[in-house]
Write a protein that binds this ligand. Structure first.
Ligand code: GLP
Length: 260
């Protein structure tokens, strides 16, 4: 597990964007796992800049998003479908038929979840999965007490997550109770994982995920078992880590060939 404490969220986002760009340049047919929420927005902004100014080509890239609200269609302003098109897809040359999100309007939810898992498998699996982290340690919408082997399925949100995400909804509008989310087991199969978490509201979750015991009570802690997981923090989100100095020392002394 790599833990990188960045001076600012912007610096962390640049690093994440450079990792994604390096992957896409090396393998133009990469399969990217993408996330929503506030944390990845600056990463997407930088990828858009790289596309527009440096010709970063997404025409052969396939994407799979982590999750979607049940009951929200693509046209709903708070749907993750809309979030992704607004914040990334409409600004780059990704092919719409290569973009995948769970279907928030699925009539047969279990069948739709199974189809999503199959589509990931048929695409050859996810090369790099971008993740945020909930203030309670959730990844995607895998709330505490999610099975660490779980697959794409329906989940019920906690009130804390509903209130954390309320700012993405209009005033007086209900945050849905149900979602479709990739499971922890699905995420663990990505070949590389990059998790972003910034601000002091994420400090407890980051400390628990990185240095606490592996437990379903902190779904992000499962990443301790991932072969290639990178946690990108800022000063504030790293404030509760016990070994912060060591992580800084490791990063400052990285061999040149390991730098992105
Ligand atoms: C939601 C999303 C997660 C995201 C989390 C944190 O719960 N489903 O994928 O990581 O919010 O979001 P933010 O980055 O806005 O703090």
């Amino acid at each position: 597990m790599e833990v990188i404490i960045n001076p600012t969220p912007e610096a962390a986002s640049q690093l994440a964007a450079r990792k994604i760009a390096a992957l896409v340049r090396a393998n133009p047919g990469s399969v990217l796992g993408l996330a929503t929420g506030g944390s990845p927005v600056a990463v997407y902004r930088e990828l858009i800049r790289m596309h527009q100014q440096e010709g970063l080509d997404f025409s052969r890239v396939t994407t799979f998003n982590l999750d979607e609200y049940l009951g929200l269609g693509p046209a709903h302003p708070a749907s993750y479908f809309n979030f992704m098109w607004t914040n990334l897809f409409q600004h780059i040359n990704v092919r719409p038929e290569r973009v995948h999100l769970p279907d928030g309007l699925a009539e047969n939810v279990p069948a739709s979840c199974l189809a999503y898992e199959n589509a990931i498998r048929e695409a050859g699996g996810i090369d790099l999965q971008l993740l945020g982290i909930g203030s309670d340690g959730h990844i995607a919408f895998n709330e505490p007490a999610s099975s660490l082997s779980s697959r794409t399925r329906i989940k019920t949100l906690t009130e804390r997550t509903r209130s954390d995400n309320a700012s993405f909804f209009g005033e007086g509008e209900e945050v849905p109770h149900h979602v479709i989310t990739m499971g922890v087991g699905t995420i663990m199969e990505a070949r590389e994982v990059v998790l972003l978490g910034f601000g002091k509201g994420k400090a407890d979750a980051m400390a628990a995920a990185i240095e606490g015991p592996v437990t379903q009570m902190v779904p992000a802690s499962a990443l301790q078992f991932h072969e290639r997981a990178c946690f990108l923090l800022d000063e504030a989100s790293s404030s509760k880590l016990q070994r912060g100095e060591y992580y800084r020392h490791v990063f400052a002394n990285k061999p040149a060939w390991q730098r992105v």
